[in-house]
Design a protein around this ligand. Structure first.
Ligand SMILES: [Zn+2]
Length: 320
């Protein structure tokens, strides 16, 4: 049994570290076998794309449940498609949902972007209405606490249809591993605004972007440690909030290393920096991580159009 549980945990970790949203590795379980067992249940028996086909948020108290790359969201809410200082792109994806803490953060972030005169922020994928694994595009974004924010700030407020097919500007030149000529102080300031918010635990950016921010003079450098180098993330930043109060099942990531992170570790990332090609949705393979048992109620709660599969046994735990 122990060997099997260990195997499952390895699968969870491997999924957490694949494509796009790394540093999503779940915190090590401190309570040994018991803590691991509570995670073992799952998405098994469900169609892995069920989470993208629900009828809106699961009602009940707002709770982020599980890990960033293996969890779900109860009591989520939609970020309105547009507001002061921001507009949501690709609303047809139905990924503009999050824990109320994320929605509140993004609205406040938009206001700060507007006040600073930076332009209009473009908000990309957050989570699905009930969180959970996505059918394409992200390993994490599963518990309503992650949001992608594009770095381009040159577009005015526009209609929703026009926001469906925008081009992401890539700000990294991979030949010299530096930011391109399109980069400006506006991108830097927008990232600083997000990272300075105490609710934000990490922001994933390309190593070249992190270096650009490291070499600037700043009044305070406290926020720089929140910027985590990761491949891709050269046209957007991925903002991750810490587990909010009232979500006892939310699994915080391991603590960030001390310091601003402008060190040897960053140099290593820079040496390995290569462009990332995204798998087109039609070729993507849906992820199917093992989710906390509470997620089955979230998926099945009122209004979902998805019929649950019959109970399936996963190890000693029955999913029903
Ligand atoms: Zn992301």
């Amino acid at each position: 049994m122990r060997r099997m549980l260990g195997g499952l945990l390895v699968v969870v970790c491997a999924l957490a570290l694949t494509a796009g949203d790394a540093d999503a590795k779940p915190r090590k379980h401190r309570h040994g076998k018991k803590a691991v067992a509570s995670r073992v249940i799952a998405n098994k028996g469900y169609n892995p794309i069920a989470w993208s086909r629900t009828d809106g948020p699961a009602q009940g108290a707002a709770q982020a449940i599980g890990g960033y790359a293996a969890g779900c969201l109860s009591g989520g809410m939609a970020l309105p498609g547009e507001g002061t200082g921001y507009q949501v792109i690709r609303l047809s994806r139905q990924r503009n949902y999050g824990h109320p803490a994320l929605v509140e953060f993004l609205r406040g972030f938009g206001q700060k972007v507007a006040t600073a005169g930076l332009g209009t922020a473009l908000i990309g994928d957050m989570s699905q209405a009930r969180g959970g694994p996505m059918s394409f595009g992200h390993a994490s974004h599963q518990i309503g606490l992650d949001a992608d924010v594009w770095l381009r700030l040159d577009l005015p407020p526009m209609g929703r249809a026009a926001r469906e097919h925008l081009e992401e500007i890539k700000y990294v030149d991979y030949d010299d591993r530096r930011v391109t000529g399109d980069w400006s102080a506006k991108q830097a300031e927008m990232i600083r605004i997000a990272a300075s918010d105490p609710r934000v635990s990490r922001i994933f950016v390309s190593p070249a972007i992190k270096r650009e921010l490291c070499v600037r003079e700043w009044k305070s450098r406290d926020w720089l440690g929140k910027l985590r180098p990761w491949h891709g993330h050269d046209g957007h930043m991925h903002v991750r909030l810490s587990c909010p109060p009232g979500s006892p099942q939310c699994e915080e990531q391991r603590e960030r290393p001390d310091g601003d992170g402008c060190d040897d570790d960053l140099q290593g990332w820079l040496r390995r920096a290569v462009p990332v090609t995204e798998t087109p949705p039609e070729r993507a393979r849906p992820r199917n991580p093992h989710l906390p048992s509470a997620c089955q109620a979230v998926l099945r709660s009122g209004g979902t159009r998805i019929a649950a599969a019959p109970a399936t046994k996963v190890g000693a735990t029955t999913i029903d």
